[in-house]
Structures are given as C-alpha cells and as structure tokens.
Design a protein around this ligand. Sequence first.
Ligand SMILES: Nc1ncnc2c1ncn2[C@@H]1O[C@H](COP(=O)(O)OP(=O)(O)OP(=O)(O)O)[C@@H](O)[C@H]1O
Ligand SMILES: [Mg+2]
Length: 485
Amino acid sequence: MSAFRAAPAGVFELQRSSSFRAPAPSKYQNEEAQGEARREARREGSDYGGEEEDEEEEVDESVREDMTKLEDTFPGISERFRLINRIGEGTFSTVYKAEDVLYDHYQNEWDVFARAQQQEAWPGPPAKRRRMDSPSAGGPKVPRYVALKKIYVTSSPIRIQNELELLHDLRGCKSVCPLITAFRYQDQVVAVLPYFPHSDFRIQYRTFMVADMRHYLRSLMTALQSVHEHDILHRDIKPTNFLYNPDLKEGVLVDFGLAENQGAEYTSQCLCAHQTYVRRSRILSSYYSKNPPSLGLSNGYPKNDSRPSRRANRAGTRGFRAPEVLFKCTSQTTKIDMWSVGVILLTLLGRRFPFFNSADDIDAMIEMSSIFGTRRMKTAAAMHGQIFETNIPTIGEKGYSWEKLVKWSSCVEDLTESEQQATRLLAGLMELDPSKRLSAEEALQHEFFVDPIHHDVEWGGNPESGDSGEEEDAGDDEADEVAML
Ligand SMILES: Nc1ncnc2c1ncn2[C@@H]1O[C@H](COP(=O)(O)OP(=O)(O)OP(=O)(O)O)[C@@H](O)[C@H]1O
Ligand SMILES: [Mg+2]
C-alpha cells in the first residue's frame, strides 16, 4: 500500500491526509509524560488530573482495563490520544472515543466541525472544560475527539488494507466519515476517524416524523451517491453503520470493512447481466422449463447433482441483504446497498426494529416471499438463473402492497399523505429486480425529496396491538401476472 511508509521498531503509519508539522521536542517529551500519567491514573482507577481532564464520562471498570491494555500493548498510542471510552464493539473491531492530544501539530482538513465552528455555523459539541492555551485558535481550546477503530487481529491483512484504501479513495465525499490516519504495531491496526456525535437508532426510530426520515435518508443517499460514483459497494448498509445526528440533520457513513469495488468479485456473469433475449433462451432451454412441476414431477433436490455449487459474495448483515444476494447473483451491483436503504425506510415507516429477523438466508427468503408472494419471487429467482419453490402454505401467491404492510406494521388505520409519499419511495427501493431499483442519484430526485408533502402527524400507534395481518388479495395492480421473463 503506497500510502504506508515503513517506520522503525515495527510501527508504521498511514500518512495523515494533511501534512505533519513536527512538534518541538520539549512539547513531545511533555506529551509522553502526560501519556504515561494518564495510563498510570487509569491503572489506579483514578482520573488523570492533567489539563485534558475535561471529559467526565462514566466508564466501566472492564472498559478501563480494556483501554489500558490497548495503551500498554500499542506503543506510542497514549502519547497521541487520550482514550475516553469504548463506543462500539462490532464483529470486526472495537471502537474507542479519544481526544486527539496532538491535534494542533497537524493540519486538519478533515475536521468539518472545526470549519463549521470557524464559520459559526455549528456551535460544536458542548465541552465541560476548555483549555486556554490553544496556539492556533487564539481563544479557549476545544478538545478534539476522534474515534479509534481497533481492527481485530483475526481480520485478514487484505481485508484491513481494503477498508483503509477504500476510505482513502473516498476522502472528501460528503457524508462519508473520512480516515484521518492509521497505525500498525505488529499485528494490531488502529484506524483514526473523526468522532461523530450521533444518536442511537434504536431509541430514535419510533419518534421519527416523516420530515426526520427525509433528513436521515437524504444524508444517507448523498453518502451513497458518492460511494457508488466511485463504483464502490458498501455491502453493509444498516443503522449502526450510519451515524446520524438529529440536531445537525446530517449523518456519516462508516464501516467499509465489507466494501468492495464493483466487479472485483465477479467470477462468472450472472444471468441477470445478460440481454433479455439471452436470458429468455437460457430459461426456456433449462431442465426446469422442459420438465415443469405441472407435469407431475415432484419438487426437490436432484439426486447426485454433479453441478458445481454456486459461489457468490453474501457478505452483509442478516435482514439487510438484497434478494439478489440471497439468490447468489454473481454480478452484484451498487443496487444491493439501495435495498438495504429500503429496509431502513421500512423500519422507520413500520416502526419495527429489526424489521426482518431471519436466522439464515432461507429464513430471509421466507420473510421476503411472505411480503412479495411466490409469483414475484419466482420471477426474481429466474433472473439469476435460480428456481424458487416453496410448499409453505402461509405464503400466498400474490403478496401484499407496501401500503398495507406499513399500516399493519405501524398499527395505524390510514397513512398520512407524507407517509404515502414515503411509501412510494419505499416501493422504488425495495424492488426485487435490481435493474429497476432506484439508484441513489434517482432516489434523491424522487418526489419525496424534491416535492415533499408536509402532512406529518406524530405516530401514536402501539406496535403490540393491531390487526392479525391476515393475508388479503393485494389487488391486480399490486400483483400483476408476472411473466418469468
Ligand atoms: N467516527 C465515529 N464516530 C463515532 N462513533 C463511531 C465512529 N465510528 C464508529 N463508531 C461507533 O462504533 C460502532 C462500530 O463501528 P464500525 O461499524 O466501524 O465497526 P464494526 O466492527 O465493523 O461494527 P459491526 O460489526 O457492528 O458492523 C459504530 O456503530 C458506532 O457506534
Ligand atoms: Mg459496523
């Protein structure tokens, strides 16, 4: 990775996106002493009484120990950062909030908060105590926070490199959390990102009015528009990877751990990537078309199937995977992210989180077919050269309309006009056929954003009650006869 430069003692660093201004040696020594004092104070369970003692977060004993361990095992980290708390523990990393104690030694072009403050557009996060010795601001010093993402050593080096490189490529993209720098010591890698104050989606989502949903989605789609323009699939769009700040009405997209360049994983071209006439002839000449179940052959798996098993990338989070991912499409596109945005909108409108709660991909398909009905699922499967069959009696042929589903899920009798408008956007995002699904750019041009209906009422539904959700005929307009092609 060209941006890395080798450094002595087994430590190397991704150069800061901005140029480094070397600190005066005496200042450095001072920082080292402060780092040691902070570590010592944490070991003893007391607060460090140094000048950075401005953040008084409640910290669990186990978290303190964990932070001390990181400081002890990662040389130099405590001279640069004052660890404050653990803010995230994911599958692939632990994330800490920290103060960037060497902030003033660097140019910090990434710091949108500082820029906003300079322009007085945003007052900044409330600081309990400000340092008075700022050399650059000429006024009281505001602590600068960063998020330190310690990537687990079990992640493959290629994966880690991929995440850092993609973040580097996406620097400057609006609503995408920039990478400030990264450090490695032996097998440990720490990525440094600006700390973005955000709300907890699980607490926020039920109180969201449609206007809030609009701000949330506009910011998320803006991020995705840039990501997709770079031909990058995020692959893991979900609320915990989009840090939304309701006061700013802005969010940032994080976690590019599963992201990839579109096409990087293509092994063989999926049927969906072929012209319609090719698709048609392939399907018509298939064994299934020549021996349809209506001829009396029983459904099931072929005995001694000699065909090689199909392999496709299915990375992502359950409940947010697009249908083509479940159907093992080998030509997945940026549209998989748009499906996941649809799931978030469905969660917001339906006031249920998580909306889909499947244990595995088969369960996920059952959930999907309960909504779309078997007819549309068969068509979607055929697009990717797959057969969809089910004998589950509760799965109907026609499925439900989105409006019906949102009403049922949120336990309301009628949707407001703005909810109806949002539901029309939902239909464009949760489209089974990726080629018909809205792109981020198209979605931002949807009436929901460009011609919004402001008819918002607070949601007063009770998610525990409501009708039984018995299957109804969705009507001809919602479940047209769907041809396999
Ligand atoms: N820049 C940031 N500012 C504030 N909080 C952050 C930041 N980056 C990450 N976090 C917090 O840490 C959590 C985990 O971060 P991230 O998604 O990057 O790690 P992960 O290990 O890939 O997580 P998961 O496996 O849960 O997706 C986020 O959900 C968020 O709460
Ligand atoms: Mg994550």
